[in-house]
Write a protein that binds this ligand. Structure first.
Ligand SMILES: Cc1cc2nc3c(=O)[nH]c(=O)nc-3n(C[C@H](O)[C@H](O)[C@H](O)COP(=O)(O)OP(=O)(O)OC[C@H]3O[C@@H](n4cnc5c(N)ncnc54)[C@H](O)[C@@H]3O)c2cc1C
Length: 382
Protein backbone atom coordinates (compact mmCIF):
# COMPACT_ATOMS: atom_id res chain seq x y z
CA UNK A 1 0.00 0.00 0.00
CA UNK A 2 1.23 3.48 -0.86
CA UNK A 3 1.63 5.91 2.03
CA UNK A 4 0.99 9.50 1.04
CA UNK A 5 1.35 12.60 3.17
CA UNK A 6 -0.25 15.91 2.18
CA UNK A 7 1.17 18.92 3.98
CA UNK A 8 -1.46 21.68 3.94
CA UNK A 9 -5.21 21.07 3.75
CA UNK A 10 -6.20 24.15 1.74
CA UNK A 11 -8.02 23.94 -1.62
CA UNK A 12 -5.07 22.43 -3.50
CA UNK A 13 -4.16 19.84 -0.84
CA UNK A 14 -7.80 18.77 -0.39
CA UNK A 15 -8.35 18.53 -4.17
CA UNK A 16 -5.38 16.16 -4.30
CA UNK A 17 -6.79 14.15 -1.37
CA UNK A 18 -10.22 13.80 -3.03
CA UNK A 19 -8.68 12.41 -6.20
CA UNK A 20 -6.18 9.97 -4.70
CA UNK A 21 -7.09 6.30 -4.97
CA UNK A 22 -9.22 5.42 -1.93
CA UNK A 23 -7.05 2.33 -1.29
CA UNK A 24 -3.99 4.39 -0.41
CA UNK A 25 -3.11 5.44 3.10
CA UNK A 26 -3.44 9.22 2.91
CA UNK A 27 -2.67 11.57 5.81
CA UNK A 28 -3.30 15.30 5.68
CA UNK A 29 -1.40 17.58 8.01
CA UNK A 30 -2.56 21.11 8.72
CA UNK A 31 -1.77 23.44 11.59
CA UNK A 32 -5.33 24.78 11.20
CA UNK A 33 -8.70 23.24 10.23
CA UNK A 34 -9.06 21.70 6.76
CA UNK A 35 -10.29 24.08 4.06
CA UNK A 36 -10.52 26.99 6.46
CA UNK A 37 -8.88 29.16 3.77
CA UNK A 38 -11.78 28.43 1.40
CA UNK A 39 -14.32 30.13 3.68
CA UNK A 40 -13.56 33.80 2.91
CA UNK A 41 -13.24 33.23 -0.85
CA UNK A 42 -15.51 35.30 -3.07
CA UNK A 43 -16.71 37.20 0.00
CA UNK A 44 -18.01 33.89 1.46
CA UNK A 45 -19.67 32.88 -1.83
CA UNK A 46 -16.61 31.05 -3.27
CA UNK A 47 -15.79 32.17 -6.79
CA UNK A 48 -14.48 28.70 -7.64
CA UNK A 49 -13.62 29.09 -11.35
CA UNK A 50 -13.88 31.39 -14.38
CA UNK A 51 -15.92 30.61 -17.48
CA UNK A 52 -13.02 30.61 -19.93
CA UNK A 53 -12.92 27.28 -21.75
CA UNK A 54 -9.93 27.91 -24.03
CA UNK A 55 -6.93 26.82 -21.99
CA UNK A 56 -4.49 29.26 -23.59
CA UNK A 57 -6.87 32.18 -23.01
CA UNK A 58 -7.35 31.02 -19.43
CA UNK A 59 -3.58 30.94 -18.85
CA UNK A 60 -3.33 34.60 -19.94
CA UNK A 61 -4.94 35.64 -16.66
CA UNK A 62 -1.90 34.54 -14.67
CA UNK A 63 0.80 37.24 -14.48
CA UNK A 64 3.14 34.52 -13.17
CA UNK A 65 2.99 31.02 -14.67
CA UNK A 66 1.23 31.52 -18.03
CA UNK A 67 3.44 29.22 -20.11
CA UNK A 68 3.75 26.59 -17.36
CA UNK A 69 -0.05 26.45 -17.17
CA UNK A 70 -0.52 25.57 -20.87
CA UNK A 71 0.35 21.98 -20.11
CA UNK A 72 -1.67 21.99 -16.88
CA UNK A 73 -4.86 23.51 -18.28
CA UNK A 74 -4.70 21.42 -21.45
CA UNK A 75 -5.37 18.45 -19.13
CA UNK A 76 -7.54 19.89 -16.38
CA UNK A 77 -9.21 23.29 -16.55
CA UNK A 78 -12.65 24.90 -16.29
CA UNK A 79 -14.78 22.13 -17.84
CA UNK A 80 -13.10 19.43 -15.73
CA UNK A 81 -13.48 21.56 -12.60
CA UNK A 82 -17.21 21.93 -13.19
CA UNK A 83 -17.51 18.17 -13.81
CA UNK A 84 -15.74 17.48 -10.55
CA UNK A 85 -18.04 19.78 -8.59
CA UNK A 86 -21.14 18.42 -10.29
CA UNK A 87 -20.06 14.89 -9.29
CA UNK A 88 -19.62 15.82 -5.64
CA UNK A 89 -22.99 17.58 -5.55
CA UNK A 90 -21.98 21.23 -6.01
CA UNK A 91 -24.16 22.80 -8.69
CA UNK A 92 -22.78 26.02 -10.13
CA UNK A 93 -23.85 29.11 -12.05
CA UNK A 94 -21.95 31.65 -14.14
CA UNK A 95 -22.35 35.34 -13.45
CA UNK A 96 -22.47 38.00 -16.21
CA UNK A 97 -18.81 38.76 -15.61
CA UNK A 98 -17.97 35.05 -16.20
CA UNK A 99 -17.17 34.29 -12.58
CA UNK A 100 -18.44 30.88 -11.53
CA UNK A 101 -20.04 30.33 -8.10
CA UNK A 102 -21.85 27.48 -6.37
CA UNK A 103 -25.63 27.73 -6.70
CA UNK A 104 -25.77 27.86 -2.89
CA UNK A 105 -23.51 30.97 -2.92
CA UNK A 106 -21.83 29.42 0.08
CA UNK A 107 -18.17 28.56 0.49
CA UNK A 108 -19.18 26.62 3.62
CA UNK A 109 -21.34 24.38 1.42
CA UNK A 110 -18.45 23.81 -1.03
CA UNK A 111 -16.17 23.04 1.89
CA UNK A 112 -18.59 20.46 3.34
CA UNK A 113 -19.02 18.75 -0.03
CA UNK A 114 -15.26 18.48 -0.58
CA UNK A 115 -14.65 17.20 2.96
CA UNK A 116 -17.36 14.54 2.37
CA UNK A 117 -15.08 13.09 -0.32
CA UNK A 118 -12.17 12.73 2.07
CA UNK A 119 -13.41 10.11 4.54
CA UNK A 120 -10.63 7.77 3.39
CA UNK A 121 -7.99 10.25 4.61
CA UNK A 122 -6.60 10.68 8.11
CA UNK A 123 -6.34 14.25 9.29
CA UNK A 124 -3.73 15.47 11.77
CA UNK A 125 -4.00 18.99 13.13
CA UNK A 126 -0.25 19.41 13.48
CA UNK A 127 2.24 21.90 12.14
CA UNK A 128 4.87 20.30 9.93
CA UNK A 129 8.35 21.47 10.89
CA UNK A 130 10.39 19.60 8.29
CA UNK A 131 10.20 17.10 5.44
CA UNK A 132 13.41 15.08 5.08
CA UNK A 133 14.38 12.75 2.28
CA UNK A 134 15.38 9.35 3.61
CA UNK A 135 16.40 6.17 1.73
CA UNK A 136 12.97 4.82 0.96
CA UNK A 137 10.80 7.92 1.17
CA UNK A 138 10.28 10.94 3.42
CA UNK A 139 10.32 11.64 7.15
CA UNK A 140 7.80 14.24 8.27
CA UNK A 141 8.49 15.93 11.55
CA UNK A 142 5.62 17.81 13.18
CA UNK A 143 5.21 19.63 16.47
CA UNK A 144 3.96 16.31 17.95
CA UNK A 145 5.70 13.36 16.24
CA UNK A 146 7.65 11.92 13.32
CA UNK A 147 5.91 10.11 10.46
CA UNK A 148 7.06 8.16 7.42
CA UNK A 149 5.68 8.48 3.92
CA UNK A 150 6.49 7.10 0.44
CA UNK A 151 5.21 10.19 -1.32
CA UNK A 152 4.69 13.76 -0.09
CA UNK A 153 2.53 16.51 -1.54
CA UNK A 154 3.42 19.97 -0.24
CA UNK A 155 0.46 22.38 -0.46
CA UNK A 156 1.23 24.96 2.22
CA UNK A 157 0.01 28.05 0.34
CA UNK A 158 1.78 31.36 -0.06
CA UNK A 159 1.56 32.73 3.46
CA UNK A 160 3.72 30.22 5.34
CA UNK A 161 7.42 29.60 5.77
CA UNK A 162 9.19 28.16 2.74
CA UNK A 163 11.99 26.70 4.88
CA UNK A 164 10.86 23.07 4.48
CA UNK A 165 11.16 23.41 0.72
CA UNK A 166 14.43 25.35 0.85
CA UNK A 167 15.88 22.54 2.99
CA UNK A 168 14.89 20.16 0.18
CA UNK A 169 17.00 22.23 -2.21
CA UNK A 170 14.26 24.30 -3.82
CA UNK A 171 14.76 27.89 -4.94
CA UNK A 172 12.24 30.45 -3.69
CA UNK A 173 11.37 33.45 -5.83
CA UNK A 174 10.90 36.07 -3.10
CA UNK A 175 7.20 36.42 -2.27
CA UNK A 176 5.35 39.74 -2.71
CA UNK A 177 1.65 40.44 -2.10
CA UNK A 178 -0.59 40.60 -5.19
CA UNK A 179 -4.33 41.33 -5.66
CA UNK A 180 -4.26 43.91 -2.91
CA UNK A 181 -5.24 47.54 -2.39
CA UNK A 182 -2.50 50.14 -2.74
CA UNK A 183 -1.25 52.80 -0.34
CA UNK A 184 -0.82 56.29 -1.76
CA UNK A 185 1.35 59.19 -0.68
CA UNK A 186 -1.76 61.39 -0.65
CA UNK A 187 -4.02 61.07 2.38
CA UNK A 188 -7.66 60.26 1.62
CA UNK A 189 -9.09 60.10 5.16
CA UNK A 190 -11.73 62.75 4.25
CA UNK A 191 -13.08 60.67 1.39
CA UNK A 192 -12.60 57.13 2.64
CA UNK A 193 -15.49 54.91 1.58
CA UNK A 194 -16.24 56.97 -1.55
CA UNK A 195 -16.36 55.00 -4.83
CA UNK A 196 -15.85 56.38 -8.32
CA UNK A 197 -17.36 54.15 -10.98
CA UNK A 198 -15.88 53.11 -14.34
CA UNK A 199 -12.44 54.66 -14.06
CA UNK A 200 -9.42 53.89 -16.19
CA UNK A 201 -6.00 53.51 -14.58
CA UNK A 202 -2.91 53.91 -16.73
CA UNK A 203 0.43 52.47 -15.59
CA UNK A 204 3.41 51.60 -17.81
CA UNK A 205 1.18 51.88 -20.92
CA UNK A 206 -1.21 49.24 -19.54
CA UNK A 207 -4.86 50.07 -18.83
CA UNK A 208 -7.08 48.81 -15.98
CA UNK A 209 -10.83 49.45 -15.87
CA UNK A 210 -13.43 49.52 -13.10
CA UNK A 211 -14.57 51.12 -9.85
CA UNK A 212 -12.04 52.72 -7.52
CA UNK A 213 -12.76 52.94 -3.80
CA UNK A 214 -10.89 55.41 -1.58
CA UNK A 215 -9.59 54.13 1.75
CA UNK A 216 -7.98 55.96 4.68
CA UNK A 217 -4.51 55.42 3.23
CA UNK A 218 -4.97 54.70 -0.46
CA UNK A 219 -7.15 53.12 -3.12
CA UNK A 220 -8.68 49.73 -3.71
CA UNK A 221 -11.19 47.97 -6.00
CA UNK A 222 -10.99 45.60 -9.00
CA UNK A 223 -8.70 47.66 -11.28
CA UNK A 224 -6.39 48.37 -8.35
CA UNK A 225 -6.15 44.66 -7.52
CA UNK A 226 -5.24 43.85 -11.11
CA UNK A 227 -2.69 46.66 -11.19
CA UNK A 228 -1.16 45.45 -7.90
CA UNK A 229 -0.81 42.02 -9.43
CA UNK A 230 0.88 43.14 -12.64
CA UNK A 231 3.12 45.55 -10.70
CA UNK A 232 3.81 43.15 -7.81
CA UNK A 233 7.55 43.20 -8.52
CA UNK A 234 7.79 46.93 -9.22
CA UNK A 235 9.58 48.95 -6.55
CA UNK A 236 7.86 51.75 -4.67
CA UNK A 237 7.19 54.59 -5.11
CA UNK A 238 5.71 54.67 -8.61
CA UNK A 239 3.18 56.90 -10.28
CA UNK A 240 -0.12 56.00 -11.90
CA UNK A 241 -2.55 58.17 -13.80
CA UNK A 242 -6.34 57.86 -13.41
CA UNK A 243 -9.04 58.94 -15.85
CA UNK A 244 -12.09 59.37 -13.61
CA UNK A 245 -14.40 59.95 -16.58
CA UNK A 246 -13.26 57.34 -19.14
CA UNK A 247 -15.67 58.45 -21.86
CA UNK A 248 -15.84 61.21 -24.49
CA UNK A 249 -16.11 64.63 -22.88
CA UNK A 250 -15.81 68.02 -24.60
CA UNK A 251 -14.78 70.19 -21.68
CA UNK A 252 -14.77 73.47 -23.62
CA UNK A 253 -18.34 72.83 -24.83
CA UNK A 254 -19.36 72.19 -21.25
CA UNK A 255 -17.89 75.51 -20.09
CA UNK A 256 -19.61 77.30 -23.00
CA UNK A 257 -22.98 75.73 -22.23
CA UNK A 258 -22.85 76.51 -18.50
CA UNK A 259 -21.34 80.00 -18.27
CA UNK A 260 -23.02 80.94 -14.96
CA UNK A 261 -22.49 77.68 -13.15
CA UNK A 262 -19.68 77.72 -10.65
CA UNK A 263 -16.79 75.35 -11.27
CA UNK A 264 -17.45 73.24 -8.17
CA UNK A 265 -21.02 72.52 -9.24
CA UNK A 266 -19.92 71.70 -12.78
CA UNK A 267 -17.38 69.17 -11.54
CA UNK A 268 -19.91 67.72 -9.10
CA UNK A 269 -21.87 66.50 -12.14
CA UNK A 270 -19.05 64.02 -12.75
CA UNK A 271 -17.58 63.27 -9.35
CA UNK A 272 -18.79 63.24 -5.73
CA UNK A 273 -18.46 66.74 -4.18
CA UNK A 274 -16.26 65.40 -1.38
CA UNK A 275 -13.76 64.13 -3.97
CA UNK A 276 -13.72 67.42 -5.85
CA UNK A 277 -13.20 69.40 -2.65
CA UNK A 278 -10.44 67.12 -1.36
CA UNK A 279 -8.51 66.32 -4.50
CA UNK A 280 -8.76 69.52 -6.51
CA UNK A 281 -7.13 72.67 -5.17
CA UNK A 282 -8.35 75.57 -7.31
CA UNK A 283 -11.04 78.15 -6.52
CA UNK A 284 -14.25 76.19 -7.06
CA UNK A 285 -16.52 79.20 -6.60
CA UNK A 286 -15.48 80.89 -9.87
CA UNK A 287 -18.08 80.97 -12.66
CA UNK A 288 -17.42 78.90 -15.76
CA UNK A 289 -17.27 81.95 -18.07
CA UNK A 290 -14.42 83.34 -15.94
CA UNK A 291 -12.29 80.18 -15.82
CA UNK A 292 -8.94 80.91 -17.45
CA UNK A 293 -7.27 78.68 -20.04
CA UNK A 294 -4.56 77.45 -17.66
CA UNK A 295 -7.22 76.49 -15.08
CA UNK A 296 -9.10 74.57 -17.78
CA UNK A 297 -5.94 72.54 -18.34
CA UNK A 298 -5.86 71.81 -14.59
CA UNK A 299 -9.54 70.75 -14.68
CA UNK A 300 -8.84 68.41 -17.59
CA UNK A 301 -5.81 66.93 -15.83
CA UNK A 302 -7.81 66.47 -12.64
CA UNK A 303 -10.64 64.62 -14.37
CA UNK A 304 -8.64 62.66 -16.93
CA UNK A 305 -5.05 62.34 -15.71
CA UNK A 306 -5.12 62.46 -11.93
CA UNK A 307 -1.75 61.33 -10.57
CA UNK A 308 -1.43 59.03 -7.58
CA UNK A 309 1.94 58.22 -6.04
CA UNK A 310 1.85 54.57 -4.97
CA UNK A 311 3.99 53.92 -1.91
CA UNK A 312 3.07 50.39 -0.81
CA UNK A 313 0.42 47.68 -0.54
CA UNK A 314 -2.60 47.41 1.76
CA UNK A 315 -3.82 44.22 3.39
CA UNK A 316 -7.26 44.05 1.76
CA UNK A 317 -8.26 42.07 -1.33
CA UNK A 318 -7.64 38.41 -2.08
CA UNK A 319 -3.98 38.77 -1.15
CA UNK A 320 -2.29 36.00 -3.03
CA UNK A 321 1.48 35.57 -3.08
CA UNK A 322 3.39 36.47 -6.21
CA UNK A 323 6.53 34.34 -5.83
CA UNK A 324 7.25 30.96 -4.29
CA UNK A 325 8.97 27.81 -5.52
CA UNK A 326 10.67 28.41 -8.87
CA UNK A 327 8.75 26.78 -11.74
CA UNK A 328 11.94 25.54 -13.44
CA UNK A 329 12.20 22.95 -10.66
CA UNK A 330 8.69 21.51 -11.20
CA UNK A 331 7.37 19.14 -13.88
CA UNK A 332 4.38 20.92 -15.44
CA UNK A 333 2.77 17.61 -16.43
CA UNK A 334 2.22 16.40 -12.88
CA UNK A 335 3.72 18.89 -10.35
CA UNK A 336 6.46 16.49 -9.25
CA UNK A 337 9.68 18.13 -8.10
CA UNK A 338 12.53 17.74 -10.58
CA UNK A 339 14.95 17.76 -7.62
CA UNK A 340 13.23 15.23 -5.33
CA UNK A 341 11.52 12.12 -6.68
CA UNK A 342 8.09 11.44 -5.14
CA UNK A 343 7.81 14.99 -3.82
CA UNK A 344 4.95 17.00 -5.34
CA UNK A 345 4.49 20.74 -4.85
CA UNK A 346 1.10 22.28 -5.68
CA UNK A 347 -1.06 25.39 -5.21
CA UNK A 348 -0.10 28.88 -4.19
CA UNK A 349 3.29 27.83 -2.77
CA UNK A 350 4.57 27.73 -6.37
CA UNK A 351 5.47 30.91 -8.27
CA UNK A 352 2.05 31.06 -9.96
CA UNK A 353 -0.74 33.55 -9.33
CA UNK A 354 -3.78 34.74 -11.24
CA UNK A 355 -6.08 37.75 -11.31
CA UNK A 356 -9.35 38.06 -9.35
CA UNK A 357 -12.24 36.11 -10.84
CA UNK A 358 -11.82 32.46 -9.83
CA UNK A 359 -8.41 31.99 -11.45
CA UNK A 360 -6.49 31.21 -8.28
CA UNK A 361 -8.86 28.48 -7.12
CA UNK A 362 -8.99 27.07 -10.66
CA UNK A 363 -5.24 26.63 -10.55
CA UNK A 364 -5.50 24.95 -7.11
CA UNK A 365 -8.06 22.43 -8.41
CA UNK A 366 -5.91 21.73 -11.50
CA UNK A 367 -2.66 21.25 -9.60
CA UNK A 368 -4.38 19.10 -6.93
CA UNK A 369 -6.01 16.87 -9.52
CA UNK A 370 -2.91 16.40 -11.71
CA UNK A 371 -0.64 15.56 -8.80
CA UNK A 372 -3.15 12.98 -7.49
CA UNK A 373 -3.59 11.47 -10.93
CA UNK A 374 0.15 11.05 -11.36
CA UNK A 375 0.47 9.44 -7.90
CA UNK A 376 -2.40 7.04 -8.69
CA UNK A 377 -0.49 5.84 -11.79
CA UNK A 378 2.82 5.68 -9.98
CA UNK A 379 1.50 3.68 -7.01
CA UNK A 380 -0.04 1.07 -9.28
CA UNK A 381 3.51 0.29 -10.41
CA UNK A 382 5.12 0.41 -6.96
C1 LIG B 1 -9.95 36.92 1.31
C2 LIG B 1 -9.61 36.03 0.13
C3 LIG B 1 -10.57 35.77 -0.82
C4 LIG B 1 -10.26 34.96 -1.92
N1 LIG B 1 -11.22 34.71 -2.84
C5 LIG B 1 -10.93 33.95 -3.92
C6 LIG B 1 -11.95 33.62 -4.87
O1 LIG B 1 -13.13 33.95 -4.70
N2 LIG B 1 -11.58 32.89 -5.96
C7 LIG B 1 -10.29 32.47 -6.17
O2 LIG B 1 -10.01 31.84 -7.19
N3 LIG B 1 -9.32 32.72 -5.25
C8 LIG B 1 -9.61 33.42 -4.14
N4 LIG B 1 -8.65 33.66 -3.19
C9 LIG B 1 -7.32 33.01 -3.35
C10 LIG B 1 -7.39 31.54 -2.87
O3 LIG B 1 -8.04 31.48 -1.62
C11 LIG B 1 -5.99 30.95 -2.77
O4 LIG B 1 -5.41 31.00 -4.05
C12 LIG B 1 -6.05 29.50 -2.28
O5 LIG B 1 -6.58 29.42 -0.98
C13 LIG B 1 -4.66 28.85 -2.28
O6 LIG B 1 -4.85 27.51 -1.90
P1 LIG B 1 -3.65 26.60 -1.40
O7 LIG B 1 -4.27 25.28 -1.05
O8 LIG B 1 -2.55 26.60 -2.36
O9 LIG B 1 -3.09 27.32 -0.08
P2 LIG B 1 -3.88 27.77 1.23
O10 LIG B 1 -5.30 27.99 0.95
O11 LIG B 1 -3.08 28.91 1.77
O12 LIG B 1 -3.76 26.51 2.20
C14 LIG B 1 -2.53 26.13 2.77
C15 LIG B 1 -2.81 25.34 4.02
O13 LIG B 1 -1.56 24.87 4.51
C16 LIG B 1 -1.52 25.01 5.92
N5 LIG B 1 -0.12 25.07 6.31
C17 LIG B 1 0.79 25.99 5.93
N6 LIG B 1 2.00 25.70 6.46
C18 LIG B 1 1.84 24.57 7.18
C19 LIG B 1 2.72 23.76 7.96
N7 LIG B 1 4.02 24.05 8.09
N8 LIG B 1 2.21 22.68 8.59
C20 LIG B 1 0.89 22.36 8.47
N9 LIG B 1 0.01 23.08 7.74
C21 LIG B 1 0.49 24.17 7.11
C22 LIG B 1 -2.33 26.26 6.19
O14 LIG B 1 -2.84 26.25 7.51
C23 LIG B 1 -3.44 26.17 5.13
O15 LIG B 1 -4.57 25.49 5.62
C24 LIG B 1 -8.93 34.44 -2.08
C25 LIG B 1 -7.97 34.69 -1.10
C26 LIG B 1 -8.29 35.48 0.00
C27 LIG B 1 -7.22 35.75 1.04
Amino acid sequence: MCKIAIVGAGPSGCMAACNLNKKFEVTLFDKSSPLKTLLPTGGGKCNLAHAEYDFKELAKSYPRGEKFLYSVFSKFSTAETLDFFEKIGVKTYTREDNRIFPLSNSSQDVRTKILNQMHHCKFKKEEVLSVKKIDSGYEIKTTKAKYFSDIVIVAIGGKSSYKTLQDLGHTIVSPKPALVGLKTKQNFKNVQGVTIKNCKILSDKKEYFGNILFTNDGITGPPVFELSSVNARKSFPYEISVDFINEDLDLQKLFDENPHKNLGNLLAEFLPKSIVNTLFSVDLTQKCYAVRANTKVLVNNFLRKYKFEIVGTRKDGETVACGGVSLGEINSKNFESKLNKNLYIIGEVLDIDGFCGGYNLQYCWSSGYLSANSINDKCKKM
